[in-house]
Design a protein around this ligand. Structure first.
Ligand code: PHE
Ligand code: NA
Length: 454
């Protein structure tokens, strides 16, 4: 097989995988999803999904990349010619995600700057939709490019494509060696500060209060699986691609456990930080934590600015750290998403990395401009909704069913992974991937479909 680029060190690979996994999903998605779906009781479906789907699938994707040494389409094709399309499908999802993920990082860059003097003023939500996004009145109306989004967006693409130009070891690995430690330090400072705020205990109590009746509800299990897939960056061809740069001698099973548990630790920490802070705001305003709890864009760009306005000292500094963490967490994930289709193009058309970055990355950058227009937010909502509804569960479902039921490749993949590691997976691995995961994902897909037909 051809000479493929390689990671410089084992830590380099793990950092890159963790960099991909740890993203906006950890910081703003997890705390809210957990809170909405049973609070403390959510940890049962969450752990179940992690152990029966997340880690087994991560092992499978690492193995595919390591064994067949190709981007996702090439790896699937080498396993079985008829499976190449699976790789391309996942690449397509990664491509769509990259176009709007980049835009949110651009917002976070702008807000890192705004945070220094709380430039969002007294009404952060008006500021977000009005002054910042200049949102058009009518959905579907594109309007003109918004400079305050467009300019940081260019920066996002310059950094991302610049890193990818440099290649695996000198680009991706090096960037993650800087981004991840910086992210962790910034993030830990905020979490510690959050836990020492007035009202922190109240926030945590609200977060962890187990709502046991919820765990019988199917939608809670669906939420747990959705969170695990998005958060671990699985079923998007990313982990196959990153594993294709592993040296022959690499411990697949242990690396998967390390990456997965690091990702979950950051999620848990974010849960502490976010809810402690919400507890502080609830206490100062004399309202219930439930009333102000939010996730996603609302949490980061509306609730947090408001909290920062009434922060007891060093408002600018903590705001800078918070949005800065979003930027670093987001960039390391974006790099992995874009690398996925860059590698796909490179392998398929036998072009140089530089050309593939220009074509693949350039195209995504171009499309992302749509989200930097006055109508951008509407398109962003639509894209995100579409991916979450049809992309994740379905791509995961089709790939496990194809690999395990139609191609009967689970056993050979498992044997391969087991030769690399002193931690050997047994029958449970095949049961999880061949039976439990397809059942749950199939159910998830049907549920989503019915929901959409209504
Ligand atoms: N795992 C990342 C997060 O938690 C998001 C992501 C999704 C990254 C898909 C790559 C691909 O935010
Ligand atoms: Na994550």
């Amino acid at each position: 097989m051809e000479n493929r680029e390689q990671w410089g060190t084992r830590a380099g690979f793990i950092l890159a995988a963790v960099g991909s996994a740890v993203g906006l999903g950890n910081i703003w998605r997890f705390p809210y999803v957990a809170f909405e779906n049973g609070g403390g009781a959510f940890f049962i479906p969450y752990l179940f999904a992690l152990l029966t789907a997340g880690i087994p699938l991560l092992i499978m994707e690492f193995t595919l990349g390591h064994k067949y040494r190709g981007s996702a389409p090439l790896s699937y094709a080498r396993m079985n010619k008829k499976a190449e399309w699976l790789g391309w499908w996942q690449v397509a999802i990664a491509f769509v995600i990259s176009t709007y993920y980049a835009v949110i990082i651009a917002w976070a860059i702008a807000y890192t700057y705004f945070a220094i003097g709380q430039q969002w003023g007294d009404a952060p939500s008006d500021f977000l939709y009005g002054e910042y996004l200049q949102l058009s009145e009518a959905p579907g109306q594109i309007g003109s490019l918004v400079p305050s989004v467009f300019i940081p967006l260019i920066l996002v693409w310059v950094i991302t494509l610049g890193v990818l130009f440099k290649g695996v070891k000198k680009g991706i690995e090096k960037a993650n060696r800087i981004f991840i430690p910086v992210l962790l330090i910034m993030f830990l400072i905020i979490v510690v500060r959050a836990l020492t705020l007035d009202g922190a205990a109240l926030g945590l109590e609200t977060f962890f209060k187990p709502n046991w009746s919820e765990i019988m509800s199917p939608s809670v299990w669906v939420a747990a699986y959705g969170q695990i897939f998005f958060s671990l960056s699985i079923a998007f061809a990313i982990m196959v691609t990153y594993a294709s740069y592993l040296p022959r001698k690499a411990d697949i099973n242990n690396n998967a456990f390390i990456a997965a548990f690091s990702n979950s630790s950051v999620e848990l920490l974010a849960g502490f930080g976010v809810f402690a802070t919400l507890g502080f705001m609830a206490t100062t305003q004399g309202v219930a934590v439930e009333e102000i709890a939010a996730g996603g864009i609302g949490l980061a760009f509306m609730v947090f600015p408001e909290i920062l306005n009434s922060f007891p000292g060093l408002n600018g500094f903590f705001g800078f750290l918070f949005f800065g963490s979003l930027v670093f967490a987001g960039l390391s994930s974006l790099i992995s998403i874009v690398e996925t289709f860059v590698a796909g193009v490179q392998d398929k058309f036998k072009v140089s990395r530089a050309k593939a970055v220009m074509i693949g990355g350039g195209l995504s950058a171009l499309i992302s401009l749509l989200f930097a227009t006055q109508g951008g937010l509407y398109f962003l909502d639509a894209a995100d909704y579409f991916i979450n509804t049809f992309g994740i569960a379905l791509a995961g479902l089709v790939s496990v069913v194809t690999v395990s039921w139609f191609l009967k490749e689970l056993k050979p993949l498992q044997d391969h992974a087991n030769t690399t590691s002193d931690f050997r997976t047994g029958l449970w691995w095949k049961i999880c991937l061949g039976i439990i995961t397809p059942l749950v994902l199939g159910y998830m897909f049907v549920l989503n479909l019915i929901d959409n037909l209504k």
